[in-house]
Design a protein around this ligand. Structure first.
Ligand SMILES: [Zn+2]
Length: 163
């Protein structure tokens, strides 16, 4: 997935912030950590391109392991419960890790993700075989476009409400 991650991160953060609206959680900080989490797994590409050329796929790093993000997500949920949803830091950790986890789900749509890593070395993908047709004519591009349009629609609705 290329531009769908930020859109998905925006949608999740925007919709879930409603749960924190009346608590002492700031919307801009919540959105920042949500958007950052939605692209955080891909920062492993820096290491992949600049340092390590041994792995054939950057999805093999722990930063793309769903179990890694799921563990962090459960820990952040526990932290959030301890503070009864009223503290900025656990709320930021929650949206960051949730969007990191969603990133791995979205990457499974367009590529291979090692869902049971580090215990099982087997990739899973919703795409049986990467076709040779240009990406913008692929059905998975439609998903990215849908996410983008949904994010834009949410953004325009909320910016109209602010006026
Ligand atoms: Zn990725």
């Amino acid at each position: 997935m290329t531009f769908g991650h930020l859109s998905a991160g925006y949608i999740t953060s925007k919709l879930l912030f409603r749960e924190f609206k009346h608590q002492s959680v700031y919307s801009k900080a919540f959105m920042f950590w949500g958007l950052f989490g939605s692209i955080a797994p891909d920062f492993d590409m820096l290491y992949y391109f600049l340092v390590d050329h041994t792995l054939p796929n950057h999805h093999k790093y722990f930063s793309h392991f769903p179990l890694f993000w799921l563990t962090l997500l459960l820990m952040s949920l526990f932290w959030l419960q301890l503070h009864h949803h009223r503290n900025q830091n656990p709320a930021s950790a929650f949206i960051f890790t949730l969007n990191g986890f969603i990133h791995t789900i979205l990457d499974t749509v367009t590529g291979e993700i090692w869902w049971l890593a580090p215990f099982v070395n087997k990739p899973f993908s919703l795409v049986a075989e990467r076709s040779e047709i240009p990406y913008f004519t692929d059905w998975t591009f439609g998903i990215e476009l849908f996410l983008l349009l949904l994010a834009l629609s949410l953004w325009s609705t909320s910016s109209m409400r602010r006026r």
